[in-house]
Design a protein. Sequence first.
Lengths: 670, 301
Amino acid sequence: MSFLNILFLAGAVGIAGPILAHLLARPRFKRIPFTMMQFLEAGEMESQRRRRFRNILILLLRCAIILCIVLGFAGPVFEEKVAATEDQTTVVVGVDDSLSLAYENRFEKQRADLLQRITALPADARVTLVGLASGQRLQDSDISGATAFLRQLEPVPATVHLGDFLSTVPPAPHGGAQVYFASDFTPQLLDQITDHGDPITVADYEALFPQELAPPSNARIVSVRTTATSADYLQLAVGVDYQGEESAQLEVEARTDTAASVSASLSMHPGRKGSVTLRLPIDPTQGQSIPVTVSVRNEDGLAADNHYFLGVGFPESNERYVLIVCTNRREAFLAQTALEALGKELPHLRFTIQVMPYGNLNASSLQVADTVLITSAGSALETVSDALETFVREGGQLLTFLGREHDEPTLKALFKRGLLPAMPLSLSEKAISLTVNRASTPTSGASGALRALQNYDLGGYVFDAWYTCEMGPDSEAHWFLESGDALLYRTDLGAGESILLNISADDSLSGFSKSPAILPLYSHLMGAEGTVLLADFDADEPVRYNLSFLSAAENAPVSITTPQGGRRDGRSEGGDLRAPALGELGLAVSTIFDSPIYLGLNVPEGETDLTPATAEQIQNAMARLFRKQASEAEADDDSTTERTHFSAWALTAALGLLLLETFVANRMVR
Amino acid sequence: MAAISKQNYLDPQVLNRLGNMSLVARCCVQGFFSGLHPSPFHGFSVEYSDHRQYERGDDLRFLDWKAYARSDKLYIKRFLQETNVPVHILLDASNSMTFSGESDYSKLSYGCFLSAALAFLMLGQGDSVGLTIFNDKIRTKIPPRSRRTHLHALLQALQHSKGSGQTDLGSVLHTFAETTSRRGIVILISDLLDDKEEIQRALAHLKFLQHDILLFHTLDHMELALAYDGLVQFEDMESDRRVQVYPKAIKEAYQEKVAAYLESIEKETGRSQIDYCRLDTSKPLDRAFFAYLGKRKRMRK
């Protein structure tokens, strides 16, 4: 025999009470002078005998009542060997279908895992399934019935009831029951497990829990967008996802680093999404980049469930002077068209375009330009090479298109001066297709605009000739072609840069100018400053973005949401954001077409009541619930053990004895 | 004091409130006779109640001249007793007689009322009455006299009687028998709580001496019923004996034993031709009177 709560046996000392009362009690009597004593004496013996019997009976009943109460609370369990049944696989599955499993796709993953395990069971296996929160139950079914039941289970807005499940775990027959316990092991469940009594003996047990035990938020900001701006406020639309198990009132707050803040309440129901609009006051003098923190807090008294960090950029109006140097009107027209298209996409950019024939190019015209586009290199360039060099060194941008028609000596001279990043060597007559090699690696420091060009397919043009180029010592090559040659060469020169774009295969600006790839190049050349996201990173390098304005994002997992809706997982380290992949972030640069520009970083932090346990905590919890059969001998025993609980019997017996004691005390003749 | 009917004077509760034995005696007797319609006991009222026709040889002293004047016929008064035997009232005044149960008066008080009433009745009829009060010894002995003034002495003795000591009925009766020369009527008022064999022998002694014995066995209602609740320690009034019982538990057996005991006494006395009358002190005294008067009637036949 064993006991569920053995400490209650200490209450057996209470038996001393009735015993002492019996021994020490002195009955009260009346003293009456009487005469006919001889007739009393005959009945005295009988009366004393009867009294003694009654008193002892009452004493025994009272002691038995106390013992029964003690046993009732101690929970005796009798194990009885019964005849063994045939070996059969018995499986009991507890499925956590509480609402915490509705987070993302955790329940689906859990279901898939269980289905895989159940279908792998022997054909004659009998399965009992219990929804831990819903209470739905399938008792002793075959595999097909079990899988059908499991497929129709869905998370419900309820919490787990452990006791209901444990009552279905049968006494271990020969071979025992295999128990699967699938859950995310929230703190509420762990509390129930802590209060459990002796573990149940089973053949084997296994806890199935989500492997990625990253703490989910039961309230999470899914999106923050600026819907309106002005000089002194920023209007934000905040989308919130709520996965708590009960309806709650959330508080959404937005604040800047200058302590200005605004908050609003949001009523949420489990499994629902909601949104709220916040109008955040901002200081126009804060600068072009304003970090905004949006947080959501549950009313459970814990810290905020989730923060969403926003970098909001307000690019200044930018006026650029672009000088197009061309040999003919057609080239000028194509270049101008591309720039005008860029201007439509970036309203904060205004640029003035001047078209100048080669022959008119002079030093004074270079002085007012910010960017010089040379549609084809001609001999006149050499005459202004000093001025060009000065122009670039002082921060100007030079873009030279290398076509079939070019003045080779001029280009070589400019190359030797370091003004051009590369010079043409010879015209290769090998036919090539003009396809960008995406595997080519840009060097670090190259702008995101340039790297974005890698994603663009130029249409697979086939060219019958191509000029190979020699790179300068400080130049870098990008946008490699299948032939191994680069399409774009670049070099820094002083404060400015010079880019050579080899379009000699086409010998025409039209194809390239029609490609969307030209726009990021031009926007780079235009210097679309004021974007927050001019983060320099390489294609395969971890993204490093300074998160110094995030006070609580140290060594925290970070979910990066791009304005396009894409998501990447990263982590903050040392104040920097690190993310493995780039492409979409590179695309984020293309969002310079959107104004204002922002990048949202969702940092799940704060305390939640859905914080799952560690693997070690889960294993300890399972050991409190279940105990594996100790030895082969126990497993091979030719009999099975049935466990019978006697708590209810003991308490019922106590009640019956109490009624009997009352009857004896009041009715039994003394 | 509320008006009390004459019949109530037989109620010992009422008599107990009277306080004066002389008053008790008168009221009791008057109460008794007032209730009789007509009196079946000829010759026992304080006045004559009947005549018979004169027969030759009757004593002319008892001729009722008034009746003759009225009817021109000769009648002889019958109230006059034709016998004259002394009556000895023996009253047990041992400690056990002071038992009162749940009433305000004890067996001894009851016995005193009875004795006073009987004495009053008998002296009124011209009998001589003596009184002996005893416990384990004779405490008071008043020889029989027939004068009416003798009643005062008897009532005084009864008024001042107190219960005490143990009972030795056998010894007292033997002593009485040996010291009483003339046969008479012996009225014994006692609870008979003594050795039964001794009592029987003593009574037999009296019968041998040709006394007529009228035995009033006086018992309290609680002695017969044992109607007590709870745990009771009964303490003997004449010894140190104690018994602790729940009376309800033994009541039935007790009553059976008491009934058997009383039945045996009744049989024994019947066999010995002793008139036996059991008196419950909670009942009116008329039963005692009927017993006495019946005795007298049998004696006259």
